[in-house]
Each structure stands twice: as C-alpha cells, then as structure tokens.
Design a protein around this ligand. Structure first.
Ligand code: 6PG
Length: 242
C-alpha cells in the first residue's frame, strides 16, 4: 500500500494531529476488540506526542485500562539511562496518566544478554497480541533512513520469522549502543502505521523513503511500503523541504 505524506507547519501541529489519530485508533480498537495495542517509537520526535496523550483532551479520550503500550525498539542501556526509550516514555506519557495502562511492556535494555532479552520480548508480544496484529505502529525515521532500530544493511531487515532481534550499534547515528528491535514480520502486520518525521536532517532520508522505488537495505524505512495496513507519514516542513 502506497504511503501517504502529510505536511505540518511545525512539530506542535504534527503532534496534535498524531494525538487525534491515536485517540481515533484507540476508540476503534476498543470498540471492536476491547483492547488497543500501540507500538511506541523511541528517539526525540514522539516526546511531544506522548506529552499530549497524557493531557486533556486526549488523556480522557483514550481508554488506558484497555490499552497495551508496546515498544518498537530500545537502546541496550539501563532503564534510567538518559538515552532509554523506556525512560522517555515513562517521563512523557506514563507519568501523566491518571489511569494505569492495561499493559506497559518495555523491552529489557538492561539485560546483558541481548538474545535472551529479544526472545523474552517476543514471548511478551505474542502473549499480548495473540492472533491480532498491533492496532497502531508508531515509527520514526533516522537521517540514515533507519526506522525502529533497523539500520541500513542490517541482517535483521531480512528476518522472516522472529519478531524481535538484538542488533549491534549503528554506524552512523547516536547513541552508538547495541539495540533491541522489532522486525518486519511484526512491523508489517500493523493495522495502521504512522511515521513521524521532523527536522531538516531527515530531508534526504525522507525523499528516499517516499520515492516510488528504492532499496530497503539502503533506506530501511521503505519497508513500510510492504505493510498490510495503511501507512501515513506525518512530516514537518523542515523535513519535507517545503
Ligand atoms: C530510536 C528510535 C529511532 C528513531 C529515529 C528518529 O530508538 O532511536 O526508535 O528509530 O525513531 O532514530 O529519532 P529522533 O526522533 O530522535 O530524530
């Protein structure tokens, strides 16, 4: 399915629109399946969105007790490390909720055995999802074209069965630490994917991600073109170069 791209004047407008999409997806999922499973992205971009979700009116629009907060990737650091995606989600989203989510399932970045952490998270995901796909997948885009922690040239891009992999530090982006990441077999099943992209440093990667053709190994974010569900890029003007 061809992704759509929507331009926003700035990060605040983008976060507001994304928060509305999350609230709508949550309402649809809970009405249909009594559960909303969202896969959170990491890095800096989603922080504004997560803060909005933890404040009114969005906090009151979402049935948090029926919501499972999952993660698409994690840096292999302690949960209180400043670069931890789990820490960012706790500070911007979880700490603002009046009702605890039905599930908060972070990846275990602190486990010194990455393979063990990946296998454990896959069990957690399969237990939460059962036969259902994630309802909403949030992704970001790195300046090198990566998404989640699927970096250019990574063997994890060719994973056909495992949902979670432990991967070495990236070559071209910070933090240069090993990561845990979900893989295409899980990512491509999402009912809806929202890719949030801000900043001039993403311009070239975004052009490659949205082009009609290109290499997923060069620009891993291009894998969303194979998604089972709808894919929308929400971009600020700096990233789109307009
Ligand atoms: C991570 C993210 C990663 C992120 C991009 C963009 O753990 O780093 O999951 O895929 O979305 O690197 O990061 P920024 O939002 O910080 O630019």
């Amino acid at each position: 399915m061809s992704p759509s791209a929507t331009a926003f004047g700035d990060v605040s407008a983008l976060a507001l629109a994304a928060a509305d999409e999350v609230a709508k997806a949550a309402a649809q999922a809970v009405a249909a399946r009594q559960r909303f499973r969202i896969v959170l992205s990491g890095g800096r971009t989603p922080a504004a969105l997560y803060r909005l979700l933890a404040t009114e009116p969005f906090r009151g629009r979402i049935d948090w007790a029926s919501t499972a907060l999952l993660f698409g990737d994690e840096r292999r650091v302690a949960p209180d490390d400043p670069s931890s995606n789990q820490r960012m989600a706790r500070e911007t989203l979880l700490s603002g909720l009046a009702v605890a989510p039905g599930a908060f399932l972070p990846l275990d970045g602190a486990d010194p055995d990455g393979e063990r952490a990946a296998e454990r998270y896959e069990r957690d995901l399969r237990s939460e999802l059962g036969a259902d796909p994630p309802d909403l997948l949030l992704l970001g885009l790195g300046p090198d074209g990566h998404t989640a922690s699927l970096f250019p040239g990574s063997p994890a891009l060719d994973e056909k069965s495992r949902w979670v992999r432990s991967v070495p530090p990236p070559a071209a982006v910070t933090p240069v630490v090993p990561r845990l990441t979900v893989t295409p077999p899980l990512l491509l099943r999402a009912r809806r994917t929202l890719v949030l992209v801000t900043g001039e440093d993403k311009r070239e990667a975004l052009k490659r991600a949205l082009a009609q053709s290109g290499s997923e190994h060069q620009t891993p974010a291009r894998l969303v073109w194979r998604s089972d569900g709808a894919v929308d890029f929400f971009c600020d003007r700096a990233a789109l170069g307009r």
